[in-house]
Design a protein around this ligand. Sequence first.
Ligand SMILES: Nc1ncnc2c1ncn2[C@@H]1O[C@H](COP(=O)(O)OP(=O)(O)OP(=O)(O)O)[C@@H](O)[C@H]1O
Ligand SMILES: [Mg+2]
Ligand SMILES: [Zn+2]
Length: 517
Amino acid sequence: MLSCVYSAGISGIDGFLVTVECNCTRGLSSFEIVGLPDNAIKEAKERVRSASLNSGFGFPATKITVNLAPADIKKEGSAFDLAILMSLLQASDRMKNEFGRIDLSDCCFVGELSLSGDLRPVRGVLSMAIEAKRAGKKRLFVPYDNAKEASVVGDIEVYAVRSAREVADFLIGIHDIEKFTYTPDERELKVECPDFADVKGQARAKRAVEIAAAGGHNILLIGPPGTGKSMIAKRIPSILPEMSFEESIETTKVHSISGILPSDVSLIRTRPFRSPHHTMSAPSLVGGGRIPLPGEVSLANNGVLFLDEFPEFTKSVTEALRQPLEDGTITITRASGRIKYPCSFMLVCAMNPCRCGYYGHPTHECTCKESDIKKYMSRISGPLLDRIDIQIEVASLPYSELSQGAKAEESSSEIRKRVSKARKIALERFKNEKTDNGGAISCNAQMEARHIRTYCVLDDACKRLMERAYDNLGLSARGHDRILRLARTIADLAGSEHIQPMHLAEAIQLRTLDKSY
Ligand SMILES: Nc1ncnc2c1ncn2[C@@H]1O[C@H](COP(=O)(O)OP(=O)(O)OP(=O)(O)O)[C@@H](O)[C@H]1O
Ligand SMILES: [Mg+2]
Ligand SMILES: [Zn+2]
C-alpha cells in the first residue's frame, strides 16, 4: 500500500514543500528512507521506529520504503519525522482505513520526534508555514512550541501538538485538537529597547547617531572608557523607523531558522541589535556550519550590528564584513549547494582611541607609546573604514552634565519621529531609482556616485566650503562623496530641499578620522 503526506523544509530563508511517500510491501522486513543525507537518514529511522513503538502504533514487519521529494533540493534537519511516521501509519495496514476522516493531501506535518513519540520544536517554522499556505494546504500540524510562530501566517489552520499519538488520534477521530489562534498581546507589541532618555549629555554623539539613523549611515564611536559608547549604541534600534510587516517577517524567518526565536514570540517587531564578542570567528559572523546557519550579519538584518572594541576583531572577521556591507545579502557556498541569507544592517562600531583608552583625554594621562597609538588606529583603516560614513568622538562627560539629574533628556520616541520623517523624504526621492546591481534604494547611505551627482548638488557657497575642507583636511575623492551623502541626510532632517552650507559644515564635522591621526 502506497501513501503520500506532506511536510516542509527550508532552503535559505524560504520554505519548500516536501512530499513524503511511503510504500509497505510484503517481503523481508526492512526500513529504507531515500531523499535525505546519509547521517540524517540513520537518525530519522531510529527516531521514527522508536516513536512508533512507544506511541503504541507498533512497527510493521514489512518492507518499508520512504521517499522524500523533491530529490534535487537538499533536505536537512529533523522536521520531517512527523510526516514520515504519518505516512508510515497510513501505508501500513493498521491505520489506513481509520485516517479516512481527514483528507491528508490538505495537511502539512512538521516536527521532530523524540524516542518516546513526543514532538520537539524545529527551526524555520515560519518559512514552512508560509510555504504550506502558498501550496494550498489547509491544516498545519506543528510542535506546540512552534505554534505561535506558525500562527502569524493566517488563513491556514494551525494545530499545536505535543505528540505523534495526539496527531494520530485526531486523524482517526477519537481526539479533538483545538485550532491554534493567537493574537499578540500588548507586551509583545511593546518595543523592548532601552531609551535615549537614560543618556545624559553627549549631545554631539546623540546628534551623530540621529543622523546615522536617518540616513542609514554606518557609524564609528571613538572615545575613552565609560563615556557611554556602548550605552548609546544599544539604544539605536529605538530611534530607527518601526519595522514594516514584511521586514518583521524577514527578520523572524532568519531568527527562526537559527533556532533562537523564543517560543513565546510570534513575530519580531523590534529591530534586532546584535553585539557579537570580538573573539568571534569569521563563520559565525557571516554564517556557516555543516548545515549552513545564518551568521551575526544576517541575525542583524533590518537592525543594528554593533562591534564593540572594534580594533580587537581579527583581520579575517573585518575582511569578511566587507561583502555583506556592500551587497546586503550573503551567499554561503557548501558542497550541498549555495544558500542566500539577507544581511542588510546598520553597522555601529565603538573603540577607544588607543590601547590604554586615554589618548587625547583632558585629565587622564595616556600611557601608550606614540608608535603604538598609530599602530592601534591603523588596525581599523582601509577598505572597511571606507564604508563607515560617520566617525565621531565621544568625549568624557563633564560632571556637571552627568549630575543634572532633574533635567530630562529627550526620549527615543521624539528622536524617532524626526528620523522617520527624514527617511520618508529619502524614500520618496529614490522611488524610481535603482542601484547598479538593480536593488532598490531606501536611504541616503545607499546612494551611488551618479545619485550623488543628481541629488547632492552644491551651490557656490557650499562649493567654496567644500574646497577649503578638501584642501585643508586632505580629503580623498571617496571622503568627498561620503560628506555629500551625510550633508543630504542632514538637509533631509532639516526638511531642506537643497544642501546648505550649514548642512555641509556639520557633515564635515562627522568625519573625525579624515582630520586627525
Ligand atoms: N552619558 C551618560 N549618561 C548616563 N550614564 C552614563 C553616561 N556615560 C556613561 N554612563 C554610565 O557609565 C556606564 C558605562 O558606559 P558605557 O559602557 O556605555 O561606556 P563605554 O563608552 O562603552 O566604555 P568602554 O570604552 O569601556 O566600553 C554606563 O552603564 C552608565 O551607567
Ligand atoms: Mg563599551
Ligand atoms: Zn593610550
